[in-house]
Design a protein around this ligand. Sequence first.
Ligand code: KG4
Ligand code: ZN
Length: 339
Amino acid sequence: MKNHTILAIETSCDETAVAIINSNREILAHEIISQTEHKIHGGVIPEVASRAHMEHLGYLVKNAIKTSGLNFIDLAAIAATSGPGLIGGLMVGTMMAKAISHAIKKPFIAVNHLEAHALVIRLLHKVEFPFLVLLISGGHCQFLIAQDIGKYIKLGKTLDDSIGEAFDKIARMLGLGYPGGPIIEEFAKHGNGKRFNFPRAMIKRQGCDFSFSGIKTAVKILLKRLKLNERNICDICASFQECVSDILLDRVNNAITMAKSLNFTLNDFVISGGVAANNFLTENLKKHIYLNILSPPKHLCTDNAVMVGWVGIERLQRGYINSIDFAPKAKWSLEDYIY
Ligand code: KG4
Ligand code: ZN
């Protein structure tokens, strides 16, 4: 098959990223800026994010082209994350992709950010459909059966906060900064995970939905009577991770049971999204779950443009391209995504 090269753009949240990759699985360029503007707020401010995407995207595209040693006319298509996410950022990235696509007369591909997290593993490993996906990030928390490109069954989701949000909010309560996930993971290494028994919501219940808002409240209540010294912070971080880990294990077992009852035979289990960068959580699942567990390297777990490019390649190979009229969607379920 002919080698195709794609330029891909990611702007759905607070990473502005551009990648150039080809169907031989080579990453020719990856330019990424994690917006630091949000650190002082402890969370992403949508308008601030949109403005930062506008400021950075143009030169990141130019840098990526320069690094790749190619010209725009060498590209086979342009892909951009067109949802779900913060609408201002999605518009910036999608409009840039459409403009380039129009100028060089090559197809535009609208990529669903969740599909990008779910499929990037296929850039790195031979993972055949169907496979089970646990997508855990700042904005999302769900189990999916990936049946094919554009074909997903959602088995369960969070009823309130995502896991990433729980990490970020607890880190903010502890005064640790943003994003909270990597900082909590670090502090937890020095703490006692058995000291605080945070609520394991949903455990032993049917299905594989999650709920994380109760842990946040439990930490809040605990902090009213506890001094914020290093020992306590480390123990809270470790106990929180231990609690999340127990919940995940219970939910994963139920998700596997549900997939079986739908007559799916699964070998591979892909854990993806920013929280999949957490070694404590993934290692614990690997110890207890019999499926072949795979997760991308850390820099491809958190938001990046390589994963968008990979979905672009998979879709282009099938002729799944989009019209220039495609409107970005702030909400875009993978189950509505059948091409
Ligand atoms: O996938 P991502 O970059 O953005 C979304 O699509 O939401 O995920 C960001 C989330 C943040 O909540 C961040 O705290 C979390 O991923 N995260 C982690 C770790 N690294 C990033 N959570 C736990 N442990 C980590 N090592
Ligand atoms: Zn993401």
